[in-house]
Design a protein around this ligand. Structure first.
Ligand SMILES: [Zn+2]
Length: 628
C-alpha cells in the first residue's frame, strides 16, 4: 500500500511526502518526461541540476524498441536510464490516443512495467476523447475499470496508478473515481486532459479535476497527466493534484518556444530573454538564435526546466504560507482563459466541496488580487457562519470600513449602542465582535471594491433575524470583551456553544501591552486562550471537558483506537491510522478533543485533516496533540 502523508495544506492543495522503494518525494512534484529514444537532458543531469527525485518515462516505447526492451529487462529501468530516484512509467495509453490502436495487451504492458522495476506503473486505460458521447465514453470507462481490477492482482511490489477517465461526463468521472477508490490502487492519475490543455480549455480542465477529486479516496496521490506548463501548476495543485508531469519542456524546445511563468514565447520574437536562469545568464537572445539546432534545443529545454521547477517551488511555498489562491489568481491575470476555471469554481456546489478542505486560518493575510477573490472558500465560510452561527441583537448600526481592526476606532460606539455595530466590509457585514478573526483583520483590499455580496448578505441577515436600524443607546456601557468572546466561540465552534462554555462566572484576562484578550476563565477554570495572530481560540482541557459533558459524540471529537491512547497521553500526535471516527464538521486546523472509544477525554489538539481524510489515510498525522 502506498505511503503518502500530508504535511501542510492550502485550498485543496497538499504538501505531502510520497514514499517509494527509491526514496521519498515531496509533493506537489513535477515529473519531467524522459523520452528513452531521445535523451535531450539525461535523468542523472536532471537530478543534479534540478534536484528532481522523480521522473516519468514511457514503458510502451521501451517495450517496442528491441534493444531498449532487452536492456530494461536484464538491467532494470533504473540502470537503463541511469537514475537512482523514483521512476514512474506510463503504459501507452497516450500513444493509443495519438496513433490509434497499439499492439500490446493491458496485462502484458503492466507485467512488463513490474519486471523492469518501475516504482509506479500505470494501467493501460482507454483514453476518453473530449467529444466522445456518453455511450462511447461509458464503454471506455467500464473497460478502464475492468483493466484496473485485473491490474491490481499483477502489480506485485510496484505501486499501481489507476487512471480516471470519463471525458466531459461528470457522472462517468464519478463512477470511475468511486470504482477505482475501492481497488488496491496507489496513485490516481486524471486522464484524458491533454487535449483540454492543448486548447487551453481551462474550465473543462478544472471540471475534470474537481469531478474526479470529489469522489476519489483522498489518501492517495493524484497525478495530472500532461499538465506540463507552469501556468496551470497553481490551479491543478489548488484543486488537489499532487504529481504533474512535463513533456512540454522538450516539446516546446524542439520548435524554439520558451516557457515563462506567464506563458510561452517564440525565441524568434524575443529581443531579450526575461530570465536569469543559468542558461539565460550566459547567453543572449541573439546568441541563442545563432546556435546550431541541436545545441539550441538542449539550451531551451534546460531553460524550460529551470523555469518549470522554480514555479513548482513557488507553488509549494504558497502552500506553506497559505497564499495558494493568490497565486492561482495571479496566473489568471497572465492568461484570461484561466478565468474560465475560476468562474467554474464559483459555483456553490463546488465551493461547498472545497470548503471542507480549506484551512480555518493561514500564516499569510488574505490578499484581494482579482474579482474572484471574494469567491474563495474562506469567504464562503465566513458568510455561511455569519448567517448560521452569529447570534444577533434586534438592532443594528451600520458603519463604513476604517483601519483594521475596526473595533479600535468604533469601540466607544460599540459600548454605547444598544445592538450590534456592523462594518460594511468586502467580506460582508462584520460585527465588531468578529473583527479580529482570520481573515477579517488579516486582509488587504484596494480602496474601492465592489460590495454587492456584502449588501446582499446584509439584507438576508437583517430579514432572517428581523433586525431594525433603530437608533438606541445605553446609559451604561456594555461589556464588549465578553461580547467578543461569545461571538468568536459561536463562530468558531457552533451556534450556542458559548452558552455552554461560559455558563458561570467569566473572567477575561487581557494582554497589558496589546490590550487584546488572552485567556478566558469560567468559574476559575481556564477554558480558552485567544491566539494573537488569527483572533481565534485555542481550546483548553477544562473547556474541552465542559463541551464533552454538554454535547454527545461525535461533536468536537476525534475518536482513537485503544492502542494509541498511552502514546497520546505522553503528548504524541494522533496518527491517521488510529482514528476510528470524528466530527464531520471539523476542518483542517480546527480545534478538537481527542477521546477513547468509550468517550473518555484524552487530550486537546488541532486537526490537520478533515473527517473524510482521517478515515482514509493510513500514514501521517491526523491531529497535532497540544495539551493533555
Ligand atoms: Zn532562462
Amino acid at each position: 500500500m502506498v505511503r503518502f502523508e500530508i504535511r501542510y495544506r492550502d485550498a485543496c492543495g497538499r504538501l505531502g511526502i510520497l514514499e517509494t522503494r527509491h526514496g521519498k518525494v515531496e509533493t506537489p512534484a513535477l515529473l519531467p518526461v524522459i523520452n528513452p529514444n531521445k535523451l535531450l537532458i539525461s535523468p542523472k543531469e536532471m537530478g543534479k541540476l534540478f534536484d528532481t527525485k522523480i521522473i516519468i518515462t514511457n514503458a510502451y516505447i521501451i517495450y517496442k524498441h528491441k534493444d531498449l526492451k532487452e536492456r530494461a529487462l536484464t538491467e532494470g529501468i533504473h540502470e537503463l536510464l541511469d537514475f537512482k530516484g523514483v521512476i514512474m512509467t506510463d503504459s501507452g495509453t497516450f500513444q493509443s490516443y495519438v496513433y490509434g490502436d497499439i499492439d500490446v495487451k493491458p496485462r502484458e504492458i503492466l507485467e512488463f512495467q513490474r519486471e523492469i522495476g518501475s516504482d509506479i506503473g500505470t494501467i493501460l486505460d482507454v483514453f476518453v476523447l473530449p467529444d466522445d458521447d456518453h455511450e462511447e465514453a461509458r464503454k471506455k470507462v467500464r473497460e478502464t475499470i475492468k483493466r484496473a481490477r485485473e491490474a491490481v492482482d499483477a502489480k506485485g511490489e510496484m505501486l499501481l496508478a489507476c487512471t480516471i477517465q470519463g471525458g466531459k461526463h461528470e457522472d462517468l468521472r464519478e463512477e470511475c473515481a468511486k470504482e477505482m477508490s475501492k481497488l488496491d490502487a496507489d496513485v490516481f492519475p486524471i486522464g484524458g486532459v491533454v487535449p483540454l490543455m492543448e486548447k487551453q480549455l481551462y474550465r473543462e480542465l478544472a471540471k475534470a479535476i474537481v469531478h474526479t477529486k470529489m469522489h476519489l479516496d483522498p489518501s492517495k496521490p493524484v497525478h495530472l497527466f500532461g499538465a506540463g506548463h507552469p501556468i496551470t501548476f497553481p490551479l491543478a495543485v489548488a484543486l488537489g493534484c499532487d504529481l504533474l508531469d512535463s513533456a512540454a519542456y522538450a516539446k516546446y524546445a524542439s520548435d524554439d518556444r520558451m516557457i515563462f511563468p506567464w506563458g510561452t514565447e517564440k525565441l524568434s520574437e524575443l529581443e531579450e530573454i526575461p530570465c536569469h536562469c543559468p542558461i539565460c545568464e550566459e547567453i543572449s537572445a541573439n546568441e541563442l538564435k545563432k546556435m546550431e539546432k541541436e545545441e539550441r534545443e538542449r539550451a531551451i529545454a534546460m531553460h524550460n526546466l529551470y523555469v518549470s521547477f522554480s514555479e513548482m517551488k513557488r507553488v509549494r511555498e504558497a502552500i506553506r504560507r497559505g497564499n495558494l489562491w493568490e497565486l492561482v489568481e495571479e496566473k489568471s491575470a497572465s492568461n484570461p482563459l484561466l478565468m474560465d476555471a475560476l468562474d467554474f469554481l464559483r459555483e456553490e456546489k463546488i465551493v461547498k466541496w472545497m470548503e471542507k478542505f480549506e484551512p480555518i486560518s493561514k500564516p499569510s493575510a488574505f490578499f484581494y488580487t482579482s474579482k474572484f477573490s471574494l469567491y474563495r472558500p474562506i469567504v464562503y465560510r465566513y458568510r455561511k457562519r455569519l448567517m448560521e452561527r452569529f447570534v444577533p441583537k434586534s438592532r443594528v448600526k451600520l458603519v463604513p470600513e476604517v483601519e483594521k481592526p475596526y473595533s479600535r476606532h468604533y469601540r466607544g460606539l460599540w459600548k454605547k449602542f444598544d445592538g450590534d455595530v456592523l462594518v460594511l466590509s468586502p467580506f460582508g457585514p462584520v460585527p465588531l465582535a468578529l473583527d479580529e478573526i482570520y481573515p477579517i483583520a488579516q486582509s488587504v483590499f484596494p480602496e474601492k471594491v465592489e460590495k454587492d455580496g456584502c449588501m446582499d448578505l446584509l439584507k438576508r441577515f437583517m430579514d432572517k433575524y428581523k433586525i431594525t436600524e433603530e437608533e438606541k443607546y445605553l446609559e451604561k456601557g456594555k461589556d464588549v470583551d465578553f461580547e467578543r468572546v461569545k461571538a468568536v466561540v459561536d463562530f468558531q465552534f457552533g451556534k450556542g456553544v458559548s452558552e455552554v462554555l461560559l455558563n458561570g462566572k467569566v473572567d477575561i484576562v487581557k494582554s497589558e501591552r496589546t490590550e487584546k484578550i488572552r485567556n478566558v476563565y469560567c468559574d476559575g477554570k481556564h477554558v480558552l486562550s485567544m491566539r494573537a495572530h488569527d483572533g481565534l481560540f485555542t481550546l483548553k482541557p477544562a473547556g474541552a471537558k465542559k463541551l464533552m459533558r454538554a454535547y454527545p459524540p461525535l461533536r468536537f471529537r476525534v475518536v482513537v483506537e485503544d492502542e494509541a491512547v498511552p502514546f497520546i497521553k505522553e503528548g504524541k500526535n494522533v496518527f491517521a491510522k488510529f482514528v476510528v471516527d470524528c466530527d464531520p464538521e471539523l476542518r483542517p486546523y480546527d480545534e478538537c478533543i481527542i477521546v477513547t472509544k468509550s468517550d473518555e477525554y484524552i487530550a486537546v489538539g488541532r486537526c490537520l485533516l478533515n473527517r473524510e481524510e482521517m478515515l482514509s489515510f493510513n500514514y501521517g498525522i491526523a491531529v497535532k496533540t497540544r495539551e493533555i
